[in-house]
Design a protein around this ligand. Sequence first.
Ligand SMILES: Nc1nc2c(ncn2[C@@H]2O[C@H](COP(=O)(O)OP(=O)(O)OP(=O)(O)O)[C@@H](O)[C@H]2O)c(=O)[nH]1
Length: 526
Amino acid sequence: MSLESTGYKSRRTFAIISHPDAGKTTLTEKLLLNSGAIHLAGEVKERGERRRTRSDWMEIEQKRGISITSSVMTFEHDGLTLNLLDTPGHADFSEDTYRTLTAVDSAIMVIDAAKGIEAQTRKLFEVCRLRDIPIITFVNKIDREARDTLEILDEIMETLALDTAPMMWPVGAGVDFNGLIDLEHGRFISTEGKPEAEAPGIEALAGRFADTQNQQIAASMEGLELASGSLPNFDQAAFEEGTLTPVYFGSALKSIGVRELLEAVCRFAPEPRTQPARPEPVDPSMAACTGFVFKVQANMDPNHRDRVAFVRVASGTLKRGMRLKNVRTGKDLKVANPMFFFARERELADEAVAGDVVGIPNHGTLSVGDTLTEGPDVTVTGIPNFAPELLRRVHLSDASKTKQLAKALNDLAEEGVVQVFKPTLGSGYYVGAVGPLQLEVLTSRAAAEYSVPIRIEPAQYVTARWVKVNDKAQFDKFAALHRLNIAEDRYGDPVFLAPSQWEIDRCAKDFPELVFMATKDRGLAA
Ligand SMILES: Nc1nc2c(ncn2[C@@H]2O[C@H](COP(=O)(O)OP(=O)(O)OP(=O)(O)O)[C@@H](O)[C@H]2O)c(=O)[nH]1
């Protein structure tokens, strides 16, 4: 398979956001099936299995239960190249998930028809909203017992403050599911997921069910009547501004409504966007190639200590063999082996355009947040670090392994497993995480991949704040007063390890020239 360079306008780069178990994996697979990128159901899940025989990397993926190949999947449909970025699905949350959303131009939000908006969907949605990422909604599992359609639409409107434009209307649900009315085209989609050839119109279709005695179906038709008077129609501009979501219904498992969802992505999802950057935003039409690293996956082969940086191309054409400058370090990097990831294979990428994601193998020269460019210096912004919700001390049981510990923490911080803070006084490290699973992953990977046995211990601090130093003398004074609380993050930026929120507030009052930040934009720190 090869990607033609038809220009960035044919790229659609998106993610699927959902709460665990809503059906993201099943839907991904069915999208790929519908596009013809794979041919057998079950391939997405079995992928790791088959690949294992082909490469060492894959074996490690399998063992660790992570999959680099699902980090991005590129496939084609309707003359477009679709780049689907995976948002890590575990119940626990890491910064990785947030950062992936900095690399997409739109998202599909999958909701379980019986459960509605769940916690993680909501969190991910908030990140999308921060970046005005347009959202297409897919209400899944309509083949099972589901909430009333109007109730689901209301919940989206109320909890997410988002207008909803239903594009489909389910007739019944669960055992009483009779099919979908395609509101846009006035046609009917059967319980096998097949659209009828003719399009008799919504009223005629509703008429078909008007006399049915089944309560569920009667309720569906009532809801449809109410909705048609009160809900907005789809509006491309409102969708692109992120204030309205088109809502599709279906069953990923039974492949109902998936083709229509795929078509919606092709028709509505926006082209690659302009990326916020310093000193100027990066427009996809700019000739000079620019890209940014939004994810790093390390140690896929422990013998080689290699890593892959995932780069989203923001402008121009990335060509294999070209030299790009890493603006953070000022050093040139030869892009010798950029890779594309397809559903079933990876391939050397000869050319990639804005919207595309390539994997660049490297030995630690590329970090999350780095900008690569062949043009004048520019730094893509908005790839944040977040103040940790958990702050812990790292205890090293074997003092002879201090050096390995530093390396392990640096590597794993680079991947976004945890954040690492080194106090300026004394030895030792503090690590920060958004959820406890991250700390478990740190402990087990430090032992397995670096032979460094560590224990995670409570810390006397509750959180950390990056300190923006507007006045060096004032910072020095502050640091002298709080010597035990000053640390550096892995980029060397100053951090205040805070014993309480009260203390942060007090310091902010006493030192007005210092800003205590709960998030740090990597672009700004560079
Ligand atoms: N009845 C029904 N079951 C579904 C549907 N879609 C997914 N499922 C089932 O729901 C369960 C979860 O589906 P997955 O696709 O693994 O969900 P996921 O969101 O990827 O889950 P995580 O990996 O935890 O994020 C599986 O048992 C699926 O078979 C659907 O449309 N109808």
